[in-house]
Unconditional design. Structure first.
Ligand code: NAD
Ligand code: TDX
Length: 329
């Protein structure tokens, strides 16, 4: 008998890519998705898999016990992607981040005490370590989150550890770097800039544009997560990075170059308050499980930009919503 997997937040960017990978995995029998379908989630992201007999979709809120309990029944692996994920939004409305990213995780952990899954994989982020001036940090580094978003994610990690230690919930935590790839909501850097460039609008870089992120291809991340479910050890934390550290200005230039647009479309705007300068995680631990990133950055980055460019209408519609947030509407 294969595994029955619950993917919360499966209608979002990484979750929908992960669902696609599970559907193709012969050791998985059932992929149940629990998603609230907030502004960031969409059934469009799951269009090609919703008809698959392995896939069940349930609309519901992880912070609501009555939604989450039935979804967790009979489940072997819980993978919690559901979250408010946008740093800029967390600066304007932190309450929603506390509710979903902390209270939601508490509710799932409580239910896990009853339904006893074999594994509970909490999807965390490299942002919990805060800005890393130089070098890269391993999983034992101190947590120094800077934004309400990263503070809520760090809090969830702490709750997970407490439920493991106190109640034996079989938690594993994964801390990934910035993902890029298809199906990301265009409030985030790469799809936002592709969309603005296609519309002939300026690309607003925060501050001096020299902040650094490590860019991990979403499929590499999903492969790492699946490997952690299969071979990872309960109670462990695994960093997942790519070693592709790039300044935001390089990312903006690459997008313009791929789309054949002029570099003077870049503009510098007020910095994000508390903006982390650089992230870099050491991922030796997951490497020891047998994982390496496979994506060639230049190739996958180009493919990603063109993926969005080919969906110009879809992108324009989503981007109109996303830009309302930036205009303060
Ligand atoms: P996303 O914003 O694209 O998707 C989040 C999904 O969660 C959406 O489908 C949304 O509808 C759903 N959701 C939100 N609140 C919910 C609730 N209360 N109940 C049920 N569903 C809810 O996010 P993403 O970029 O795919 O990120 C997924 C996870 O990975 C998050 O936990 C995030 O913190 C983490 N992460 C993301 C990145 C990245 O680069 N995107 C990097 C590291 C970690
Ligand atoms: O318009 C912009 N201009 C700009 O300069 C936007 C949207 C972003 N930026 C900068 C801020 C960051 O330095 O680009 C970088 C990337 O920004 P985001 O796409 O907002 O991502 P980030 O803040 O790095 O967080 C992402 O990676 C870690 C995800 O949104 C998180 O969910 C994840 O945990």
């Amino acid at each position: 008998m294969g595994r029955k997997v619950l993917v919360t937040g499966g209608a979002g960017f990484i979750g929908s890519n992960f669902v696609r990978m599970l559907v193709d995995d012969p050791t998985v029998d059932l992929v149940r998705i629990l998603d609230k379908l907030t502004y960031a989630g969409s059934l469009d992201n799951l269009e090609d898999v919703l008809g698959n007999p392995k896939v069940e979709f349930v609309r519901g809120d992880i912070a609501n016990y009555d939604d989450a309990h039935p979804a967790m029944e009979g489940i072997d692996w819980v993978v919690n992607f559901a979250a408010e994920s946008h740093v800029d939004r967390s600066l304007r409305n932190p309450a929603e981040f506390v509710r979903t990213n902390i209270e939601g995780v508490r509710v799932l952990l409580e239910i896990a005490r009853e339904t006893k899954p074999e594994r509970f994989l909490q999807i965390s982020t490299d942002e919990v370590y805060g800005s890393i001036a130089e070098g890269c940090v391993d999983e034992t580094a101190q947590l120094r989150p800077s934004s309400p978003y990263s503070a809520s994610k760090a809090s969830a990690d702490m709750l997970c550890n407490a439920y493991l230690t106190t109640f034996g919930v079989p938690v594993i935590i994964a801390r990934s770097a910035n993902n890029y790839g298809p199906y990301q909501y265009p409030e985030k850097l790469i799809p936002r800039f592709v969309s603005l460039a296609l519309k002939g609008e300026k690309l607003p870089l925060y501050g001096d544009g020299r902040n650094i992120r490590d860019w991990l291809y979403v499929e590499d991340n999903c492969r790492a997560l699946l490997l952690i479910l299969k071979k990872g050890k309960v109670g462990e934390i695994y960093n997942i990075g790519a070693g592709e550290l790039h300044q935001n200005i390089e990312i903006a230039r690459k997008i313009l170059d791929i789309l054949g647009k002029p570099e003077d479309m870049i503009t510098f705007v007020a910095d994000r308050p508390g903006h982390d300068r650089r992230y870099c995680v050491n991922w030796d631990k997951i490497r020891a499980l047998g994982w390496e990133p496979q994506a060639k950055f230049e190739e996958k980055f180009r493919e990603t930009v063109l993926w969005y460019a080919r969906r110009e209408q879809w992108l324009a519609k989503k981007s109109e919503e996303a830009e309302k947030f930036y205009r303060g509407q």
